[in-house]
Design a protein around this ligand. Structure first.
Ligand code: TRP
Length: 337
């Protein structure tokens, strides 16, 4: 049976949090069963806006690998690899860069938004933006095509990047001959999850993230601060669970008791402190096996190295084949070594 190839990437800039888990990780667990799955730790891309902090990126390559493994991604099924270990991606990036105009890159909505969010780095009007950053969609097209990626699981913020990759593929094929496949985005069905502070999004920069590696005390403190129905003053006041972030999280972690939680809250038979404590317990139950796996890898750092080495080796074999074909098409296949 020929499995379809799935490729996705993640910038190693910080640990994975619940937003990553519900928006992506949970879906990866399903995909690993039925696809040829490449999971790239995009360190080179992360450096485009973190070039001053290389050690932070390096540390997070290891941290994220542990996060990924702890949720149950199986390195026998998924090729977890490091972008910088695949020099072929850099080669492809150079070849593709002729096929993209500067205007088109500046028009990429994701790139545009990111430039405006990084005023400290790129200037108030983006006047200090680097060549590397504006060009990262080209490098991401190389990430995808280097492994003949057919499906790219990602959030809708990645749509413009996959679209730009498709354009590069079409242009390449029309000039040099059919060799590359246009990838499709596989939009995650689960939308992003809200923060306990009521923010529509959970994020590191928003300061509202709950990390997969958070310990019990941290979980306790974070949940205790969650926003509840502001009209509920006393413990036995009836309240509206639909405006309560604790209830929102019960939906994620406590499906089995959800109707009880809801009814008791509405009838004023459930105090917020007790309700939060129940949620804390449920979150800890969910995190228990994740913590155990993580502890195992913390004690065996050599396994992480081996997994990344193996994943990168397998990935590189494919990338070499693709670059070989591409060089033939581009008439730069001078002599074989
Ligand atoms: N741009 C993605 C992000 O910021 C990360 C990424 C790098 C990626 N290479 C990729 C995603 C290839 C999908 C496919 O999250």
């Amino acid at each position: 049976m020929n499995k379809k190839t799935v490729l996705t990437g993640i910038r190693p800039t910080g640990n994975l949090h619940f937003g990553h888990y519900f928006g992506a990780g949970k879906n990866w667990l399903k995909l690993q069963e039925n696809y040829e799955f490449y999971l790239e730790l995009a360190d080179v891309q992360a450096l485009t806006d973190n070039f001053q902090e290389p050690t932070k990126i390096r540390e997070n390559v290891y941290e994220i690998t542990k996060d990924i493994l702890s949720i149950g991604i199986d390195p026998k099924k998924v090729h977890i690899f490091i972008q910088s270990k695949i020099p072929e991606i850099a080669e492809l990036t150079v070849f593709y860069s002729n096929l993209v105009t500067m205007a088109r890159l500046y028009r990429n909505p994701t790139v545009k938004t990111e430039i405006s969010q990084k005023k400290g780095l790129f200037g108030a009007n983006g006047e200090g933006v680097t060549y590397g950053f504006v060009g990262y969609p080209v490098s991401q097209a190389a990430d995808i095509t280097a492994f003949r990626g057919e499906l790219v699981p990602a959030g809708d913020d990645q749509k413009p990047l996959v679209e730009q990759c498709r354009e590069i593929v079409r242009k390449f094929n029309s000039i040099y001959g059919d060799v590359l496949k246009e990838p499709d985005i596989l939009l995650s069905k689960e939308s992003r999850i809200k923060g306990l502070d009521g923010n529509d999004k959970m994020g590191k920069s928003l300061g509202n993230a709950i990390y997969l590696k958070d310990d019990e005390k941290t979980i306790h403190n974070k949940v205790m601060k969650a926003i509840t129905d502001p009209n509920k003053i006393r413990k036995d006041d009836p309240a509206n669970p639909e405006v309560c972030m604790v209830y929102y999280y019960h939906k994620l972690f406590n499906q089995e008791n959800l109707s009880t939680v809801c009814q008791e809250c509405k009838k004023g038979r459930r105090g917020c402190v007790a309700c939060k404590k129940e949620l804390i317990e449920k979150i800890n139950e969910f995190l228990q096996p994740i913590r155990e796996k993580r502890a195992y890898y913390d004690q065996h750092p050599e396994l992480i190295d081996q997994i990344l080495k193996d994943g990168s080796e397998v990935a590189r074999e494919i990338a070499k084949e693709v670059v070989f074909e591409i060089k033939q098409k581009m008439s730069i296949d001078y002599f074989s070594e």
